[in-house]
Design a protein around this ligand. Sequence first.
Ligand code: C2E
Ligand code: CA
Ligand code: CA
Length: 570
Amino acid sequence: MPELYDKWQLKALSLFESGKTDDVYEQQTINGQPYLRYMKAMYMTKGCVKCHGILGYKNGDLRGGVSVSIPLAPYLAAAKDTGRSILITHIAVWIIGLFTIFYMAYKTKQMLTQIAYKALFDELTHLPNISLFKNRLKQVFKQAKRDQNYKFAVCFLDLDRFKNINDSRGHRVGDKLLRALARRLNKLLRPGDTIARMGGDEFTLLLEDIEGLEEAITVSERILDSFKKPFDVDGDEIFTDASIGICMILDHYKHSDDMIRDADIAMYRAKSLGKGQIYVFNPEMHAFAIETMKIENDLRSAIEKQQMEVYYQPVIDLQKQSIEGFEALLRWQHPTLGFVSPERFIPISEHTGQIKELGLWVLEQACHQVREWSLQFNPDQEFSIAVNLSGVQLVDENLHTKIEAIISKTRMTRNKLNLEVTETALIGYIDRVNKVIRKIRESGISLSIDDFGKGYCSLTYLQEFDFDILKIDKDFIQDMGSEGKGLQLVRTLMLLARDLKMNIVAEGVETEEQLNRLKAMKCPFIQGYYFSRPLPVEGIYQLLKAGCHYDTNKLLQNNPQIQVETPKTG
Ligand code: C2E
Ligand code: CA
Ligand code: CA
């Protein structure tokens, strides 16, 4: 056997010789490196024998072998990598598997939490919702039933004019205002009290373990007091007010939910008393709530059924000692409720939007009527007519076009038409109202700021809208008796109006003393019971016919047939 072969190859050849195998492979370390060695046996063929036969070889004899040595290092490295990869993959699959299990559990928990949250909390303000509030109330209610000394109150809070803010500034602003309010309320209450959002702009408060009604009123006053500060919404200052109804636990309650209903009724009553009021529920108020629903319903057909009538109250020019014009005041004679005060039905009609129709109806009646009186009794000067505009009407961007249509229909002299807007109607949605008011101003119609002094006395509004007339609220006129605040305020308002080149009408003049004080201050125009109550068309007609331009009391004494409005009670 040639010495061409190494040890391993010789071993392989001997295996070939034994006839056990034709090839051999084995892993070996050569120079410290792993190799795969392979050797294949070679046998004599006929061709080979031709030459090698002389050496004694026969066809089929083992001739030798060919071998290869393949370095295994790269393969082993690759295999190692593959192994590691497989291991990593396994671990990853496990981790993902475990993570998925935990994630799913977490998500399920989160979902359940969310469902529970949605069921109990208000999404917008994150305050408890009506369900959670009712639940809490039920517990407290039970406690109070067990312990007679345990007192608590339910307060129902509703924003004034929220609908207007929402309509004029958009829902986004409305939502932000509600969130800001929720934050403010949270700060104002004790930690143990519950505030919930019922929906819209309605909130309920549960004041637990209080001393008595006074405490509930004090808390409510503190809340209303906080409304003097504006709400900051996107850098804009929004003023608003709220009305609060309070219901204290009473023996007659069988279900806790009834207390929410009654606090709501009290809130409605508070609203009807004006903005920013508090009212405490008493059992007789159920009747009031039912009446409110009736008014709301019957208002829809009141014009059509001819139950509405416009009354006119003369505005006196003190220098000329004659009637300068009138203010149109709406009256409603209800078939079963009798005379319903505008202070009762106007807020309801504002709430339902009915005021838009009513307001335009009054405007048309008044323009038509006053034009007629002017032509008949005062063709040179013509009487002025003041018509009240509600804030709800002012939000209508087409208001100006509607007013123009009435002016041309009734042929009213435009500069004798005077639209009265209250300060509170402007607050909260000044941007939108701005456009409408400007259009009215540009068309030559004059504009009054009504009840000035009753609200915020904002000088901004006076400057912004360039009013022609400032009407001083009757409360101040009636508070002028002594050298009190009323007198000072009226004096200041007079100076202010003169500075801003506005005319002044003092409202609610009832006594000679008030008249004399106003005369001394050189107040140009006055309006009040002292001269005349608001009268129906016939009453004013008689007044003008008698040539009595001044003292209606005398006229009424002489003409008892003139119908005068039912005197106000309370
Ligand atoms: P206002 O615009 O401030 O009208 C003046 C109110 O004071 C009238 O009450 C009038 O009758 C009353 N008044 C006049 N002189 C005196 C007085 O010497 N002493 C007292 N104590 N009161 C006097 P009225 O007619 O009950 O109207 C109440 C309010 O209802 C009005 O206040 C006005 O805000 C609203 N209103 C009345 N008619 C309309 C209307 O057609 N449209 C709108 N939007 N509001 C109206
Ligand atoms: Ca008025
Ligand atoms: Ca007024």
